[in-house]
Design a protein around this ligand. Sequence first.
Ligand code: ZN
Length: 270
Amino acid sequence: MPELPEVETTRRGIAPHLQGQRVTRVIVRDRRLRWPIPEDLDARLSGQRIVEVQRRAKYLLINAEVGTLICHLGMSGNLRLVPADQPPLKHEHVDIELESGMALRYTDPRRFGAMLWSTDPHAHDLLKSLGPEPLTDLFDGERLYALSRGRVMAIKPFIMDNAVVVGVGNIYATEALFAAGIDPRREAGGVSRARYLRLALEIKRILANAIERGGTTLRDFIGGDGQPGYFQQELFAYGRGGEPCKVCGRALREVRLGQRASVFCGTCQK
Ligand code: ZN
């Protein structure tokens, strides 16, 4: 599933090819994403220039002169630039054709993604209640500490709550808790300020590092029929249940927290 770093890498990959371009046509071959793609998307977007491509949480905001296309990649979606006359393959549901002769093509085999139109995206129901971006100063350990007081839920689902901070999916929550030495089962309200300060720094470091690694895949957003690659990063805990801890050598444990597999080291994480 695309996580925040992949979505940010997508933004960086497609933005230079979209900004300043006029949309000549929108072709929707299958409207049935998580919500139906609006019937009038072609009428609204065609003829307009794309001003900017932004990201909010895992939503891409393609801002036209009037209105914004809100895109979410869901479980399996991707966006890339192809020559507009390149024949579509199965699962390539949408083309946004540009005056450059290229098209922004949306592919999504599982169709859990979204492509919606809004004239006020930040007030849209999907975006209006989102917490701060993790890589901004609006997010820090003081916020985690303050919001966690009185919370009896485990710390891992707490930091994955989009109202607390956006973009901390299972991979990054697992890795940040390992790096901060915090047991993911620990009650959120019982973790000290000092440990939350450390945890917030680890969340920022790990996400920033993943985005930096994504930079090497930017060329994958143009041409070809493959998917933009997910970047390799060294994982200490995620997906490694039963394998030896890279720090202490003992077997990593796996439990379920908030319906998610959670791997941790019973020795290094307290
Ligand atoms: Zn360990």
